[in-house]
Design a binder for this molecule. Structure first.
Ligand SMILES: Cc1ncc(COP(=O)(O)O)c(C=O)c1O
Length: 472
């Protein structure tokens, strides 16, 4: 079992005199130093040993201990099954030690497989808690709720698909929802407070410490959907999260070409939650494919440079759009845009929920998101029809759902979220660069305005014609 202690980075510190095993990442048996003279080392420890290095150094090297081949780039393994030992005396159920690399030992790919194990090793390092991968973000959320089996989930707003998972489970278990704005007196031990931050689709943030205190006071767990702010933007464990969930489809994948879900567990729960989640994943069958695992490792290598730039460019675009919007009809942007929403604009970077309100740059938000406010933001246009038409006027933004890729996306959000305001456009900023994206938007707003002017003229001519006809 993992100890309750943790380092400043939130990674479990083991008592060297009582080495214990954190199961679930790579192979669970302590292999290095297996003779009595040395301390056994678990795979989680090996995956976490680079905490003193930069995020990029971790994403490039945290899985080195799993590399038994001379190749610099990770090989891709497509096998679903792995040969047992030839020696019948060595056969132990669900144990299949690979002599070339004991940490990289597998039985059947619905349990573990080499490429997803490498991905989990890197995620364990950068998320500061042992991590498991799933076939999608929603299957990770589903697995979490199945494992914790709460009677109530406190949740408000956020990605509509998570509400869909709760709806399915409520049919099976009677699971009920409570508002995050409620006083939580209805919550009991073992219930879940689920906080998404920043929020999809507006990119606005929530105060995690505030919700951690509220949840823990009732004996409930705090789960955080941190999809919109992966490392290096925020570390929910530093603010009290018990478990962190990601749609790895977004920034971990980063190239709009793989589905992935991630659950990282705070080290204080690792000893029970990780084996439990892994056992249930084996029967739910919601593992990632090996190709996606391979793509995930390849993509994580560049996570830090991608996310820092995407977030910085998003903040510049938000600030420019908000300034133009304030000019009103004097500006081509302002004549169309009603409001811009993003964590960078939130209440002078203080916040609404917890303490720190009105503290400006010193408030909770700056502390929770010290390296940027995320690459996703929302723009409400004055008119719903303009919101439907603007995406078709842009050439660098693809009009598509999802976020987190190197390509900038814009979505008229009504396309996939039935409950949303029809004037809302969601932006996910890629790597093209601030100036090019800004110029593309200016051209788009101009084209929209020109189209509207043409329509107005056509409308007036038609009305004039009608009057003429009417007058005959
Ligand atoms: C915040 C958030 N959580 C969860 C999900 C679901 O992830 P996936 O599409 O990988 O199932 C999404 C997807 O858009 C999301 O934005």
């Amino acid at each position: 079992m993992a100890t309750e202690e943790s380092t400043a980075h939130g990674v479990a510190v083991q008592d060297a005199s009582k080495p214990e095993l954190v199961e679930g990442v790579a192979h669970e048996k302590p292999v290095v130093g297996i003779d009595e003279t040395e301390t056994p080392v678990t795979a989680t420890e090996l995956a976490s040993r680079l905490q003193h290095l930069s995020l990029s150094a971790q994403t490039i090297h945290a899985d080195d201990f799993l590399n038994s081949h001379q190749s610099v780039a990770p090989p891709m393994h497509v096998s679903t099954t792995f040969r047992y030992n030839d020696d019948p005396d060595e056969l132990k159920p669900w144990t299949n030690i690979n002599p070339n690399n004991p940490y990289d030992s597998h039985v059947y790919s619905r349990d573990t497989a080499p490429n997803t194990t490498r991905l989990e090793a890197v995620l364990t390092s950068i998320l500061h808690g042992p991590a498991l991968t799933y076939s999608s973000g929603l299957s990770a959320f589903h697995a979490l709720l199945v494992y914790l089996n709460p009677r109530r989930v406190a949740i408000t707003d956020g990605y509509h698909g998570c509400h869909g998972v709760i709806k399915v489970l409520s049919k099976l278990t009677g699971l009920r929802t409570v508002s995050l704005e409620a006083d939580f007196s209805q919550l009991e031990r073992g219930d879940v407070v689920h906080v998404e931050t920043p929020l999809n689709p507006t990119g606005e943030a929530r105060d995690l410490r505030y919700f951690a205190e509220k949840a823990h006071a009732r004996g409930a767990w705090l789960s955080v959907d941190a999809t919109l702010a992966p490392p290096p933007l925020q570390d929910p464990f530093a603010w009290g999260a018990d478990v962190v969930m990601h749609s790895g489809t977004k920034y971990f994948g980063g190239h709009s070409d793989m589905l992935c879900g991630v659950l990282a567990v705070h080290p204080r729960h690792a000893g029970t939650w990780i084996p439990g989640l892994r056992e249930e994943r084996l029967v739910l069958g919601s593992v990632m494919g090996s190709f996606e695992g391979w793509l995930g490792v390849r993509s994580l290598r560049t996570l830090e440079v991608r996310v820092r730039k995407q977030s910085a460019d998003a903040e510049r675009l938000v600030s420019w759009l908000a300034a133009e919007a304030r000019k009103g009809d004097e500006s081509v942007v302002g004549s169309v845009v009603a409001e811009v929403r993003h964590a960078s604009l939130q209440k002078e970077k203080g916040g609404q929920e917890g303490e720190g309100k009105g503290e400006g740059e010193k408030g909770w938000l700056k502390k929770q998101m010290p390296n940027g406010y995320g690459p996703v933001f929302a723009v409400y246009l004055r008119d719903a029809d303009d919101a439907r038409r603007l995406p078709s006027k842009l050439s660098l933004f693809h009009h598509a759902t999802s976020l987190g890729g190197v390509e900038s996306l814009i979505e008229w959000r009504a396309m996939t979220d039935a409950g949303v305001d029809k004037r809302l456009l969601r932006f996910s900023i890629g790597l093209e660069g601030f100036e090019d994206l800004r110029d593309d938007l200016v051209r788009g707003f101009e084209a929209l305005k020109a189209e509207r002017a043409k329509k107005d003229v056509a409308g007036k001519v038609a009305a004039g014609g009608a009057n003429l006809i009417g007058g005959v």
